[in-house]
Design a protein around this ligand. Structure first.
Ligand code: SF4
Length: 290
């Protein structure tokens, strides 16, 4: 059995989960504003420890006056953060520092007089949060967006453009968009590279490992977008299975049609998969001597 070089919790998820554990130790009950991570096993375990979920801002008023509320690594909308802070409850900001860096760099650009262009998926919570901290930014998802009349018109009037990007953007999409921007008559373009390598590192490591093994197990929540992406990438290379826990494993996966055992099994896990879920799978495979 081989593990990918990079798998499981990224820095921002580990940070917010450590913070949750710390707060649960101190206070017993902790409210999270939105789901911290898309992983049912994590949610079950933490709920038993005292984690409670609130989804709507209006619920904050129903909480005890001394309630502790932790926000997600992806960040929340500025209006929401303002309301949370005004509520008088103890608000702990779980926003990942790399996500926060997008807000900070955009604000630096705005203060220096640049029109900000954000490259990212406009419906993603991280991007919605970042946009809420900016003044009238231009949002572009793909090079094709630059042909949309409203974006072309705006860009035709911009002399100084400041570019930031969603942390999980691929280098390829960013460079294609920049190539098109360079063809426009913009006097000055200032770029802050706000990408975070965690997603790409996990994907590259999973693909590398998939090339070396007969079967890949991709561990993570069925609703976790980054786990599903890992599964997709591995499936294109070798026989792969997306599992949530060791209980999803079928022993026959590790045998060929002629009954002989496969030689190598690889393991990777999404950025929201807790260590103990991964360990359970590793122990299970070790017990099977794989
Ligand atoms: Fe932070 Fe990167 Fe993890 Fe997103 S993927 S939470 S930016 S470390």
């Amino acid at each position: 059995m081989l593990l990918a070089d990079s798998y499981g919790f990224c820095y921002g998820v580990k940070r917010v989960v450590d913070k949750l554990n710390e707060l649960l130790d101190q206070h017993g009950n902790v409210y999270t504003y939105g789901q911290l991570i898309h992983n049912n096993q994590f949610t079950e375990r933490m709920t038993q420890r005292g984690m409670k979920l609130i989804n709507e801002l209006s619920e904050i008023e129903t909480l005890p006056k001394d309630a502790v509320v932790l926000t997600r690594a992806h960040g929340v909308l500025k209006d929401e953060m303002d309301s949370l802070q005004k509520s008088g409850r103890v608000i702990v900001d779980g926003t990942c520092p790399f996500v926060k860096a997008v807000h900070i760099k955009a604000s630096v650009l705005e203060n220096e007089g640049y029109t900000v262009l954000l490259i990212g998926d406009r419906n993603h919570p991280e991007v919605r949060s970042a946009l809420s901290y900016m003044n009238d930014p231009i949002i572009v998802e793909s090079p094709e967006d630059l042909n949309r009349p409203e974006i072309r018109d705006r860009l035709s009037q911009v002399k100084r453009l400041g570019v930031v990007m969603q942390t999980t953007q691929s280098a390829d999409n960013v460079s294609q968009i920049l190539k098109h921007l360079l063809d426009m008559s913009i006097d000055e373009i200032k770029l802050f590279n706000t990408r975070c390598n965690a997603t790409e590192e996990r994907q590259t490591a999973a693909q590398r490992l998939a090339h070396k093994v007969d079967v890949m197990l991709v561990i993570g929540g069925k609703h976790s977008a980054n786990t599903r992406r890992l599964y997709q990438l591995c499936s294109a290379i070798t026989r792969s299975y997306h599992i949530e826990t060791k209980d999803d494993i079928h022993k026959e996966w590790f045998y060929r049609e002629d009954g002989s055992p496969v030689e190598r099994v690889g393991i990777t896990a999404g950025a929201s998969t807790p260590d103990w879920v991964i360990r359970d799978v590793v122990d299970y495979l070790n017990a099977l001597q794989l």
